[in-house]
Design a protein around this ligand. Structure first.
Ligand code: DGT
Ligand code: CA
Ligand code: CA
Ligand code: ZN
Length: 577
């Protein structure tokens, strides 16, 4: 039987088709239709294959028209997407892969293909190395170097770790399927996943059951399993369809706590704990805490920590960054939670590159119980995102006033995400900025400058009293684009001195600041804003990914500005000027 297609596989086909259509110069509406459909399917909680099997009309879902529904139905049942087969006869399908190179769009791919007949990443690399790309109109030497850089980064993703947010939709359903096996009392995904690292190397599944063999049998038979690396009575390793590796272990329920502790890690945390046991004349391993052969504790993590004289340590902190000393003295931080957030301070509407209207975004925030929401569309520099000129920003302010009059349960803050230009100036004049409540300052261009230039650029920008929040400070995109080269220490120091908040951008591809930079920011005394950078209403749900990283940095609610009530928030932001 053919493997059941997962939503993200289906979305991948649609995206590929959209890319090829775009390279082929097809009608932009058709391109966008497939791209939107890809997004809908990737985000759907129900399985598209199930919907097709149950004969449910896909056109009920957003962005799925009749043709697309028909194509997807054929894809799920036959493994072929007819319009993709059709275009592949005219356009080499590998060209779609070239669009993954940072800075290369459909027009560029088309020009390169027509000029050099190149198909693959290797072809492109060769031509760029030979210095021939720069001669093409619209390219130039700088762009050629950037492409080589993009190819290098894309290649590296082959060996890269999986983003946590990409692992979740695969790992969590597998966990739930194993939890449903008779005799299984508990299943937890341990390892870096439980510690909420931004990326995971593999998935460590821990199952409590007295019948490990039955669990392992069920696991290796699972639909999502592509390859079985090893299969034992209590431990197995399998590779899932998308390449994610799963290490599964079954343990007796009465030693689940010890196993959970051991396999959650990190290694360094484990080593420190084990040493602490040894110092007391005991022994700690994956089966329990022992005094000689006598078991002291095994069933629960909390009991083991307690016996070792420690408070229970949240997994996010288990990196041997001083958490053990804090747990001993009862001074572990009370980590911030999603519920503590009272509003989103960085988000976009369809006035710039957001997908949803002002009203829709406000309603989404209200549904989540937020007390305020900042509207921060792009400034004029980000032309491709339809950035706002001072005139359009003024128009938007009127629109916000009109909408605001209709709500008494949420406050709408007028803002902007302004660009930090290469010389450190901002892309809107001060008198325009002075009229806004919230100003997020971010870098979107000129990412490849030297460390000295980037540091100067940001320090200069921070001298502007309207600089309130430093948005996605390093501009990294995980597995796709390296962080800019910058003296983070100096910039965070400056931010702290000027009461500028630094952002943890919760978009799973960004998570910027990273956990370690956020920790540094807290050490420097910076305040943090955890923001979704929402470009659509559903992005509000991404907040938890930013909170995960804030927790890994050891942040409490008090460290985060958008846990404050509106008056306090306004005072904090005003203390800037
Ligand atoms: P990853 O998979 O690279 O994202 O990182 P982890 O932390 O999930 O590491 P992994 O999967 O190699 O192992 C899971 C946990 O098992 C790890 O955090 C701690 C524990 N562990 C694995 N190997 C060792 C070891 O050699 N010594 C100790 N003390 N613990 C280990
Ligand atoms: Ca792991
Ligand atoms: Ca592992
Ligand atoms: Zn933004």
């Amino acid at each position: 039987m053919a493997k059941r297609m997962r939503n993200r596989d289906i979305a991948g086909y649609c995206e590929r088709l959209a890319n090829l259509l775009e390279i082929d110069g097809a009608n932009p509406f058709r391109v966008r239709a497939w791209r939107n459909a890809a997004e809908t399917m990737a985000g759907l909680s129900q399985s598209v294959a199930d919907l097709v099997e149950s004969d449910i009309d896909l056109t009920e879902y957003p962005h799925i028209g009749r043709d697309i529904a028909e194509g997807v139905r054929t894809l799920v049942t036959t493994g072929h997407l007819p319009p993709l087969d059709e275009i592949a006869r005219r356009v080499p399908p590998e060209l779609a892969d070239l669009m993954q190179v940072q800075g290369l769009g459909p027009k560029g791919v088309k020009a390169l293909y027509e000029q050099f007949q190149l198909h693959t990443l290797d072809d492109l690399e060769r031509v760029a190395r030979e210095g021939r790309v720069r001669e093409l109109s619209g390219f130039g030497a700088r762009k050629e170097a950037a492409l080589l850089d993009g190819i290098r980064q894309l290649r590296a993703t082959g060996e890269q770790r999986t983003r946590l947010a990409d692992a979740e939709p695969v790992a969590a359903p597998l966990r739930d399927r194993l939890a449903a096996i008779p005799g299984v009392t508990e299943v937890t995904i341990a390892g870096s996943y439980r510690r909420r690292r931004a990326t995971v190397g593999d998935i460590d599944l821990l199952v409590a059951s007295d019948n490990g063999e039955a669990v392992m049998e069920r696991l290796v038979e699972d639909d999502d399993v592509e390859r079985v690396v090893s299969h034992g009575a209590t431990r197995s390793t399998v590779i899932l369809g998308d390449g994610l590796q799963v290490d599964a272990r079954a343990v007796a329920p009465d030693s689940f706590g010890a196993a959970l502790l051991y396999f959650t890690g990190s290694k360094r945390h484990n080593v420190a704990l084990r040493q602490r046991a040894v110092d007391r004349g005991w022994k700690l391993n994956e089966y329990g805490l022992y005094d000689g052969d006598e078991p002291l504790e095994a069933a629960s993590e909390a009991a083991i920590y307690r016996r070792l004289g420690l408070d229970w340590i949240p997994p996010e902190l288990r990196e041997d960054h001083g958490e053990i000393a804090a747990a001993e003295s009862g001074s572990l931080p009370e980590l911030v939670t999603v519920d503590a957030i009272r509003g989103n301070l960085h988000g976009h509407t369809d006035w710039s590159d957001g997908k949803d209207t002002l009203e829709a975004m406000i309603d989404a925030a209200r549904e989540r119980g937020h007390e305020y929401i900042a509207i921060t569309d792009h400034g004029p520099r980000v032309r491709i995102a339809n950035g706002l000129s001072p005139e359009r920003l003024a128009e938007q302010a009127d629109a916000i006033d009109a909408v605001a009059a209709e709500y008494d349960d949420i406050t709408i803050l007028k803002g902007c995400e302004v660009d930090i230009l290469a010389d450190g100036s901002l892309d809107l004049p001060d008198e325009v900025l002075a009229r806004l409540d919230i100003i997020v300052c971010s870098i979107h261009y000129e990412l490849r400058r030297s460390r000295a230039e980037q540091t100067e650029r940001v320090l200069r920008a921070m001298e502007n009293p309207h600089f309130m929040i430093w948005g996605h400070p390093t501009a990294r995109e995980i597995n796709r684009r390296d962080p800019i080269d910058i003296d983070m220490d100096r910039c965070l120091q400056a931010a702290a001195e000027r009461c500028i908040a630094v952002e943890i951008n919760a978009q799973p591809k960004r998570l910027d600041l990273s956990d370690t930079n956020a920790r540094l920011a807290l050490e420097k005394g910076c305040r943090i804003a955890v923001d979704t950078d929402a470009h659509a209403t559903r992005h509000f749900d991404l907040l938890r990914h930013g909170i995960d990283q804030a927790r890994r940095a050891g942040a409490t609610a008090g460290d985060i500005i958008n846990t404050r009530n509106l008056d306090d928030l306004r005072n904090l932001l005003r203390s800037r000027a």
